[in-house]
Design a protein around this ligand. Structure first.
Ligand code: PEP
Length: 247
């Protein structure tokens, strides 16, 4: 079933007390929210936030696909699962560009997440140069082919997609409604072609890239946008909750 989701990517921000305060402020909202909320704190806070047993799900921004071993500084998929995370971000453009993660490695992470009952939010998105060359749809569907193209329809049903144009991330420049809907519809069509009508119809496709309390309702009104992956605006409880009430 296609779910409505608002997910906050806290990136490398917040000290421990700030992270707990932010999570508790979000949890204390009395106004009903008609979507599922997820936060992606720095991984060292996952266990602490999970102990609060709140209704907001917790995920990790990064993990290593192996169960254990000599990978100094990494956090394994089984450790992530044991600390209470339910979701994992994979293929975020900052991981791809700064840390050199390839489509092949993203694919390994997706397989590993699925085999540990974690839900991968698979990020995809083009650079400004690719968009200006009008290659954005081919570029993004190729990213999907190389990262999730091998999955079964059942495996796909345990994933979500986040379309995040790189030129919109952290820049204050949001995709227009037409640009967002065009790409989301193209992604959904590609999924239908590869996995069947039902699988494509059922999957949640989130938009990310300078989504905030002022533009979320327009974006979420697009028929193929099922919510948002929010960076900067997720660091403020009031903004994040306002976005969550924008459906
Ligand atoms: C992100 O990094 O996933 C993101 C969408 O960031 P921002 O909302 O700050 O553009």
């Amino acid at each position: 079933m296609r779910k409505k989701i608002v997910a906050g990517n806290w990136k490398m921000n917040l000290l421990p007390v700030e992270a707990v305060n932010l999570y508790e402020q979000m949890e204390s909202s009395q106004v009903p929210i008609g979507c599922e909320l997820i936060v992606f704190p720095p991984a060292i806070y996952v266990a602490t936030l999970n102990e609060r047993q709140g209704s907001i799900f917790i995920g990790v921004q990064n993990f290593h696909p192996e169960e254990s071993g000599a990978f100094t500084g990494e956090i394994s998929v089984s450790q992530v699962r044991a600390c209470g995370a339910k979701y994992v971000l994979v293929g975020h453009s900052e991981r791809r560009m700064i840390f050199g993660e390839s489509n092949g490695f993203v694919k390994e992470k997706i397989d590993s997440a699925l085999s540990h009952q974690l839900v991968p939010i698979v990020c995809c998105g083009e650079s400004l140069a690719v968009r200006e060359d009008n290659e954005h749809i081919d570029f993004v569907t190729n990213q999907l082919a190389e990262t999730i193209g091998h999955l079964t329809a059942l495996e796909l049903s345990h994933c979500m997609i986040a379309y995040e144009p790189i030129w919109a991330i952290g820049t204050g420049r949001t995709a227009s409604i037409a640009q967002a809907q065009e790409m989301h519809a193209a992604i959904r069509q590609w999924l239908k072609n590869h996995f069947g009508e039902l699988a494509g119809e059922d999957i949640s496709i989130l938009y990310g890239g300078s989504c905030n309390a002022a533009n979320a309702s327009e974006l979420f009104a697009c028929p193929d946008v099922d919510g948002g992956l929010i960076g900067g605006a997720s660091l403020d409880a009031a903004s994040f909750l306002k976005i969550a009430r924008s459906f």
